[in-house]
Design a protein around this ligand. Structure first.
Ligand SMILES: Cc1ncc(COP(=O)(O)O)c(C=O)c1O
Length: 392
């Protein structure tokens, strides 16, 4: 049977994207839990809190009343207007609701933005380390992800010089920036983001800005690329700040010229984003106070880790400016972060993500801790990891 299938079906080369290693860690943790063991989850990048109660109430009401048909491909007009208002409230910067496109999480936004901006074969620059699906979505679409190594000297952000050096070596068509970034948690100040956007656009390189962790900033306020250039494509989501990962709803702020092409793509690829999720998302903005409390929880978790980890030997990490990640250099303990994370899970009961997921070049020497859980778990994790390091 399998042999027959193999003769008939050959998976396409473009489907050969690497796995997301964090999923493997999650599966190993689930196995331990199924056997009665206990795991503190610091691997997964999703909030432990639930969606704002206003969003849940709106969804319940919609379920009992409305007919949940398709919406317009660009999204419900009321949600697009509400998102546009968010820019005024959050950044003091008005945006035309006509430029807002509702997407299936930011993941759906990347597919639409990449398809609308790039041809197969186009080269797109990404900061290394970075979020793995950027690379994998681009290669599945036939584009070439080009990793630009970042370092401590530039606060682990991509610089105009590094971008232009790569562009001169072989022309780039796009660049993706993220601030706060995953896995590093580092952020770019407005001047640095502006310099990168200006340098890129002067060379005809399109800018995509992943702003999914906006709102979760602890060191300074995150700047939106939408304010800095009408030609930047902004990707955002209700997944992180609004704790709505499973609702699969996000948005784009698209340059005017891309709105219609993206509308046509969305009509064909998805028709529209789930209506129930759009209704809940519009109401989520009324839950900001609740979400600020969740954010204060992350701030406390961050404080616990910043104080506790250095005491147990994890004293080298990247600037922990935003999101809910701490990216630690573990080279003094290991040259194989996958094995290190596996043993930490099995022997200390703490799940983390090996850096190799985010950085094919140096990831064996890094580990990502997610602090999206509870403060008690953070304290317990520091104790358990400390004891485990002591026993090794
Ligand atoms: C940097 C970054 N961008 C995008 C996403 C995708 O999120 P979603 O599709 O849930 O909006 C994630 C998820 O972890 C992320 O970390």
């Amino acid at each position: 049977m399998l042999e027959n299938a193999k003769r008939l079906i050959a998976p396409s080369l473009r489907s050969e994207v690497p796995p997301f290693i964090v999923m493997d860690v999650m599966a190993a943790a689930a196995k331990i839990e199924a056997a009665g063991g206990r795991v503190i989850h610091m691997e997964v990048g999703q909030p432990a809190a639930s969606a704002p109660s206003a969003a849940l109430d709106a969804a319940r009401a919609a379920l009992s009343g409305s007919y949940l048909g398709y919406t317009e491909a660009l999204g419900m007009p009321s949600l697009r207007q509400r998102i546009a208002r968010h820019y005024d409230e959050q950044y003091g910067f008005p945006i035309d609701p006509g430029r807002i496109i509702v997407t299936t999480g930011s993941s759906g936004g990347f597919i639409l933005a990449f398809l609308a901006l790039f041809e197969a074969g186009d080269r797109v620059a990404l900061a290394n380390p970075g979020y793995p699906p950027y690379r994998h979505i681009l290669s599945a679409l036939g584009c070439e992800p080009v990793l630009i190594q970042t370092s401590a000297e530039t606060r682990w952000a991509m610089t105009p010089d590094a971008l232009l050096a790569e562009h001169r070596r072989k022309p780039l068509k796009g660049v993706l920036v993220a601030s706060p970034a995953n896995p590093t948690g580092t952020m770019m100040q407005t001047a640095a983001l502006r310099a990168l956007i200006d340098a890129a656009e002067a060379e005809g390189i399109s800018v995509i800005s992943d702003e999914i962790y906006h709102g979760l900033d602890y060191a300074f306020a995150a700047e939106t690329a939408a304010r800095l250039s009408p030609n930047a494509t902004v990707v955002n989501s209700f997944s992180k700040y609004f704790c709505m990962t499973g609702w699969r709803v996000g948005w784009l702020v698209a340059p005017e010229i891309l709105v219609r092409p993206i509308e046509r793509l969305q009509q064909n690829l998805a028709i529209s984003v789930p209506t129930l999720s759009q209704i809940a998302a519009a109401a989520a903005f009324d839950g900001r106070e609740e979400m600020e409390n969740v954010k204060h929880g992350y701030e406390e978790n961050r404080r616990i880790l910043l104080e506790g980890l250095p005491k147990i030997g994890f004293d080298r990490f990247l600037p922990v400016d935003g999101a809910f990640y701490l990216y630690a250099d573990v080279s003094r303990f290991t040259g194989d972060s996958i094995d290190f994370a596996r043993r930490m899970l099995e022997e200390a009961g703490v799940a983390t993500t090996p850096g190799l997921d985010f950085d094919p070049l140096h990831g064996r020497e890094f580990l990502r801790f997610s602090y999206a859980g509870s403060a008690d778990h953070m304290r317990e994790a520091v104790v358990k990891i400390g004891e485990w390091i002591g026993r090794r």
